[in-house]
Write a protein that binds this ligand. Sequence first.
Ligand code: BGC
Length: 261
Amino acid sequence: MAKKHAPVAIGIDIGGTGIKGGLVNLNKGKLVGERQKVKTPEGAPIDAVLSAVAELRDKILAQDEAKGGDYPIGMCMPSVVRRGVAYSAANIADEWIGFDAAAAFSEHLGQPVSLVNDADAAGYGEAKFGHAKDPRGSLLVITLGTGIGSALIHNGKLVPNTELGHLSVGDHDDYEKYASAKVREREDVPLEEWATERLTPYFAKLEQLFSPDLFIVSGGISKQAADFLPHIAIQTRIDAAELTNNAGIVGAALLAQEGWD
Ligand code: BGC
């Protein structure tokens, strides 16, 4: 009997500084070939991003591993996205707001694409292939990076656009401006102090609102989890993500294959 090939899709993650993507083996949640990257055009205006994404797609397909195949494309960006339309714009041009981004990408790339929020893609990738393989209950994935992103997954299903980085907690009415990893770095706050003073009140609030079974912290800083996670004093279990760099790519690719709209 011929060996069945694993399903493969392209995932593309648009960020404020880089646009990254790759071919994803959807049985394993792992990249096939290398991760490819192009620079995010200055200010991330629509036209320039459309061209940059096409360039990235071509780089992905130029790899030997792509074998001239035809793959679904899933994308994510730092915006609230409903039915392909962006409703906010973090670190990208404001002209994205109200724009049917999925339709524009589909037209530019010559094939349908699916589009979701970047933290939703990363959280979903993590839920399916990372640390949290048990799909029961509520999982809240919090991405600590330039901003704070969130993904709520219940019994394996994503509830999109939670945008919990903008919660008002204590005196801080847009909490990511006080507690993101970038703010910590800029203000040179030691990891332990960041965890006790800034992250504990935040996770306590999330715990009160959602009572999740598990929190997962993702983003580059999760590599240093041992130095700060134990200092977040809450009741709920809180773990570091396993799919560090590629979670958004993997989650976006998987959602495309599942027909996310
Ligand atoms: C944005 C979210 C995004 C998060 C992480 C926040 O500022 O509002 O849409 O998921 O940053 O990039």
